[in-house]
Design a protein around this ligand. Sequence first.
Ligand code: B3K
Ligand code: ZN
Length: 890
Amino acid sequence: APVIRREDYTAPAFWIDTVDLTFDLDPAKTRVLNRMKLRRNPDVATQALRLDGEELNLARVLVNGQGTSFKLDGGHLVLENLPDGHEPFELEIFTTCCPAKNSKLMGLYVSNDSFFTQCEAEGFRRITYFLDRPDVMASYSVTLRADKARYPVLLSNGNLVDQGALDDGRHFAKWVDPHRKPSYLFALVAGQLVAREQRITSRAGKEHLLQVFVRPGDLDKTEHAMNSLMHSVAWDEARFGLSLDLERFMIVATSDFNMGAMENKGLNIFNTKYVLANAATATDTDYANIESVVGHEYFHNWTGNRVTCRDWFQLSLKEGLTVFRDQEFSQDLAGEPSARAVKRIEDVRVLRTAQFPEDAGPMAHPVRPDQYIEINNFYTVTVYEKGAEVVRMMQTLVGREGFTKGMSLYFERHDGHAVTCDDFAQAIADANPGSALAVLLPQFKRWYSQAGTPRLQASGHYDAAARTYTLTLAQSCPPTPGQPHKEPFVIPMGLGLLAPDGRELPLQLATEAAPVPGHRTFVVTQASETLTFQNIDAEPVPSILRGFSAPVILDGGYTDAQLLTLLAHDSDPFNRWEAGQRLALNRAIKYIAEDNQGTRTLALDEAFIEAMRGVLRHPTLDAAFKELVLTLPAETYIAEQLDVVDPQRIHAVREAMREQLAHALADDWQWAYETHRDTGGYQPDPVSSGRRALAGLALTQLCLVARQSGDTVWPGKAYQRFKDAGNMTDRFNALSALVSSGHSLAAQALPRFHALFKDEALVLDKWFALQAGAPDRGGNVLPAVRQLMAHPDFNLRNPNRARSVIFSYCNANPGAFHRTDAAGYVFWSERVIELDALNPQVAARLARALDRWKKLAEPYRHAAREAIARVAAKTDLSNDVREVVTRALA
Ligand code: B3K
Ligand code: ZN
């Protein structure tokens, strides 16, 4: 497959002004009549029209109503004898396709006897021949025809302009989208669906109809999605002055979906996982995810749809920006500063456990990639989450108001167009002349062009005689594939200095006449530079990179004593949490390095335990924050700190640390459980969900203690909680406390849970995932996973179910997946190959589970390489998987 390069971009040779589609929907053979008005692009030299198409059966091509000659050339329909000149002409194409056999879930497919589409990035070409690229924007009208009893609801983008009965029990609906759009935003849905409806009036006084479509029987799980949608509409108006530009906005849920959701204009299609929730079936995390995904897709209506991407290299233009917007939305809804901080910590945790490894591995790429083979492989945490951090840094550099002004200028300039990341950055800078962003723009844009996670090394020096404190900052960035050498980045650095007693010191640079009050951000631009502060009476503790102000790895050179001070006193909640994580990390790394295989002797020091107790018992800190501090860094995050990774050893050390914390704080955990457990009705707000999270962690810790001591009281309480919990969060926390401590009551609870929820697909996913992700005890997880795959409820074709078993094991359970007998890797290679034949996108995600194989210790490293090579040896791999394994072996 060819490599596509950003530098090769050329404008399309033709524009498509209008598209009129007629579908005769039939699972086995759907007929698609596509009538377009095209014209030559006057800016491009005359050439043939090459339309994209994939797995289509072509029946007829007419130009201005007349038959014409055409060629089919490797997925393209090529028309050479088109009218000269720049007059518009009509092109009519009649094709058929087979939605029932579409297991890739790209283009038009069938799920639960309903039709759905997924077109981003290049799925529209699986529906009809087209210029399937985002810079070709057209006006769409769509007529859907189908059997009325089987498919009573017929939806597409825009407004419903006509509907009625046809012969033979069929009916039709005609939809017209008032907005021009690229083909990737096209959607249709047909099936037996019911809707929760809500009429709203916007700030601007316009009326809109909001609808959430689900299968009959799921209506009682749509309230939260609808509330989230209403909040999203109000938030975008209030924060950015962006209002809903449609009379009708629809969300439709499907249980067969490759990713989270899709922002099709006016007709978002969602994975059920990000729509359906009620207290009995969804956890607090599900509720939070629904809020942010509903927000995310809604915010795309402006950032992505009104202004879209010129080409797919610009993906972060819409994704980084929209993730930033959904993060801000969730923070604003959380309200309280401490709840905002919890959200920030959670977002950074995702970035550091998923994006940092990507940036250090074989798939590393810039936020704006320079090349790809399969664009679906570049819907990554780098494009999304690191892209969001880049936008966040822009906001930091121009201020919140400045950023809002920048957004207004962006829409003023580019509304209705397909543009680039450069256009976005330029608009934000131009709206803020004189700002650090405007001054440093070319250097700032290295965040778009250079891959890899920069390291920022800080060292402080206190001069008692001069009463000055000097902070030296050095930045560097490791080589990444194709980029051996990196130039310095623009790094906004939030900073505070704490006196030894924890007081916040006023910051006054040597060049400043008086201290500058309030929170300060310094902008680091050089490979090495220093900041000198004056009037400092005692050696301070620096709080560097407050709020995680840049996506870098900070080497603060902190001593334990400094970290303890930060953990006890820092006014910046992010760095307060970070200090606790560093304390834990330093200990984990030390134990891993110590050459004893047994971890029983590992002994956490009193200082650490007391600090953790201090947080747990703290009178004013939020429960949600406490839970974050008391949760040890993830195994994958620990692995990233090491040059050579022994996943089993990391797992054993982390488990041993967890057990020690459980024992040492047993009374405190008991107190935490009793004082935080839910008693009243369920509300998914940040305060109550924080309490449940802390109670859940406490219960897990108490069951761990019981595992050692043989005590049966706490497992018994957990089992009771599991049985009588009033909501899924508490019920599932109790179940996982039993499973993760390996208590025998888990063997009773698991079948009971299955029986209770056998008709709830999303809950069964949790049931599968919990078992595939359970801590390994003597290699027991892999056989359990193989058994789960043989369970009657398992179905490899359903991405959620496949992920719940296979990904939970291969991607999220390193201690069980990395086995000295390589059986985990054998399982992985079998599944990658098996899935690739059905669904290349899902297979390629799984293929990335061994991205970091080069860091593994022997015997893992060798065995992992062999497993990847075994996949690569297959000759008929998809481009998706081929690209991933080829890069891994490079
Ligand atoms: N834009 C879609 C992702 C499409 C992925 C295609 N492989 C969802 C989102 O980011 O909102
Ligand atoms: Zn998105």
